[in-house]
Design a protein around this ligand. Sequence first.
Ligand code: SF4
Ligand code: SF4
Length: 465
Amino acid sequence: MPAEINIIFIVKVLECSIIGAVCGFLLLVIHSFIKERQIKAMLGVTVLLFIAISGFGFIVYSTVSVHFITVFGFMVFLFVAIAITLPFAPGAHNYVVGEQSRVDERDALFHRFYRLQPDTPEFLQYYHDHPEIRDIDAAIRKLPALTEPGSRSYNPVDSPMMASIMDVVNSITRDIDWPPSTSNIKPFNLSPKDASQRIKAFARYLGADLVGTTKLNPAYIYSHIGRAPGEWGAAIHLPHTHAIAIAVEMRSDMLAYAPAIPATIETSDTYFTTAKIAMVLAKYISMLGYEARAHVDGNYRVMCVPIAVDAGLGEPGRLGLLITPQFGPRVRLSIVTTNLELTQDRPISFGVQHFCSICKKCADNCPGNAIARHEPTVVRGVRKWVSQQEACYRFWRKQGTDCGVCIRVCPYAHSSLPMHRIMRWLVNRNSFARRFALLGENVVYGRRHRANTANSDWLTTWKRS
Ligand code: SF4
Ligand code: SF4
């Protein structure tokens, strides 16, 4: 009967459309796995693709008048698609929960190991005031320094590559407290909107992958000098009102080696790039007649992560770093503070707090057992996960690199291939989608980190793009 034929035809068209969409998605996934050299996952998805393609033949030649199973499958597909795409729980931006106070830079771990020299008055005073960490730090000091002989990953040819980059960074970032240029009688008059647009465009030209502007929260200025150049323990007065947050992506193929030397070289090189951008921007702003200061590795007067959060670059994650929507924690940050008025970018929320509460992949893989597994705690008015800095750094010294395993395994840190962009969009939708994405992540990539140890010729085969 014509009516029956029409119904069968419509059902068949519907089924073919669904299978076509599924095949298209599977092809996208296969493309991503080939790029990432995930051979087993790629073969598994290829089998699924063949099964899906054979579904076409079944549908076209089947004489079954009502395709009950596929109609049922369609309903399930529709239900799952709606459930994971509805934006009914996009996340919340509620980190600041109480009165905030400034942090003394001397309380940061790197101050103790990069500034305090044994038996100096500063050293003796610090451990007199903090006897609870004297023995912990003394045990760490007995381990080899990063990139030096004695650590697990030490290599006399490759280890100095990281050291060479960081030595250059340190040598050019010591003296960066520039006054406003005297060539201008008065500051060049720019509206906040114009100034922000130009600065962001210039930052991107210089190599920034993400850049945002914000008012500077005084609570994010360190109270006293610790590691950074300047008189040890001197009170910090930074009369700046606005900040620029800069993020540069770290390459995921280099981080795949974590915790080995290539990952450390990538980290160091990205610090170099962020430092260059921040210093040039600060110099540029000073040439417009305003005060500006770059805050770069080893020479901070401010805390980078909360400023980057305020500037809309991302959210803080369980691993203690900024998680960006585009690259996850796979970025390095620098900041410029200034008295030039800039626009205020809006902080963003994309579900990181909830995703981190169910994921814990970084904590499960941390070789130093340093990342918190429990719920966030409130520290100085901010709700956050607090890692054990000493446990992390102890592993660095044993390993001879700055590790990076937590960054590497984070599901947000995948490369920017189309499949991962779709997954990032999905996890922003709701809590069901996050659980769905986490399940897929664990099935495809596994819960445990597998470092790339196969390709030893990374220097000759991989060039910076
Ligand atoms: S860098 Fe390594 S040791 Fe430190 S928190 Fe991350 S995974 Fe743990
Ligand atoms: S690995 Fe998981 S828990 Fe850790 S920061 Fe990334 S998303 Fe959060």
